[in-house]
Design a binder for this molecule. Sequence first.
Ligand SMILES: [Zn+2]
Length: 167
Amino acid sequence: MAKNIIQFQKGLSLPKFLEKYGTEEQCYSALFHLRWPDGFVCPECGNKTYCEIKSRKVYQCHRCHRQTSLTSGTIFAATKVPLTKWFLAIYLLTQRKTSVSALQLKRGIGVSYNTAWKMKHKLMQVLLEREKGKKLSGRIEIDDAYIGGERPGKPGRGAAHKAPFIA
Ligand SMILES: [Zn+2]
């Protein structure tokens, strides 16, 4: 399946970040557009029509009836950690020049040490894989304007200035 990248504008302040991604709905919507920029696509059969089962937060394909959640097949799957905490973890790990310890992450996002360690491990692995130059399919960048709410006037900012993550 396609691997998408979440990246936040370099230098994005914490208040601005929280303004954009402070609620679960905001993160959910951002991830939805990142994963399915042209609307939902069934990972099983490629069909685009679906119905939403709101109580279970899944999308059911009209053709093959497979149910897909937004986070299935991503590093956010199989975790009870809300997206807001994942997004904040990505923010904390990528906005600093120095590395962030699992303990700092635990305090920063308010999860157990064990959870923080696992999250950091997953996210760092994703970053490492990308740095190794792994070829990614379906790479999608969130535009600065979309992330930061303002365009810093430098279209085509080099990818090198951005800290990427794969969902
Ligand atoms: Zn389908």
